[in-house]
Write a protein that binds this ligand. Structure first.
Ligand SMILES: [Zn+2]
Length: 172
């Protein structure tokens, strides 16, 4: 089996990814318009505080080291979707999913944390631009595929901000 680089730490996929926080009233430019679990949401919707479509085309970064294992236009509700598979230092695998991308800059191979992989989009005009961001573990029924984005059964989906908060790099 091919070795993928270990995901030693995680960061947010947009903005100043190492220092971002989730609140709307903080000093950074981004906030979560729809949180994990709200309205059965399986991810977090990241928008710029400036609203509307001001975030169209903004860079989307790999949240951690890993390998792109899914890249496709996943249909009307999704638009372009990238999934990165990450191996944690304890051997566990998780996946991060990046939805509604305006453009995918990379569709295969290894990626490093912080590498730009795409641009924030609107799922081909279906929504105001935002990033739909999910983190899953191996128990997810939608491992390595987009799935539904919303469900009352969140088994296998992790709360992204909580997960990242526990795994940020602390030495800078
Ligand atoms: Zn969403």
């Amino acid at each position: 089996m091919k070795e993928i680089p270990l995901a030693e730490s995680f960061a947010y996929p947009v903005g100043k990814q190492e220092t971002l926080t989730a609140a709307k009233d903080d000093k950074d430019e981004w906030y979560q318009a729809l949180k994990f679990g709200e309205q059965d949401h399986l991810g977090e919707d990241w928008n710029k505080n400036s609203g509307g479509n001001t975030d169209c085309g903004e860079p989307v970064y790999a949240a951690a080291n890993g390998e792109i294992t899914f890249a496709a236009d996943a249909g009307a509700g999704w638009g372009n979707v990238l999934i990165i598979t990450h191996q944690l230092p304890d051997g566990t695998e998780v996946q991060t999913l990046y939805g509604h991308l305006q453009e995918m800059l990379k569709t295969r191979d290894e990626v490093q944390k912080g590498e730009q992989i795409g641009k924030v989009g609107s799922a081909n005009g279906r929504y105001l631009c935002h990033l739909h961001f999910e983190i899953r573990d191996r128990s997810s029924r939608d491992w390595n595929r987009p799935g539904g984005g919303y469900s009352t059964d969140r088994t296998g989906w992790l709360a992204p901000s909580e997960f990242i908060g526990q795994r940020r790099k602390r030495d800078r």
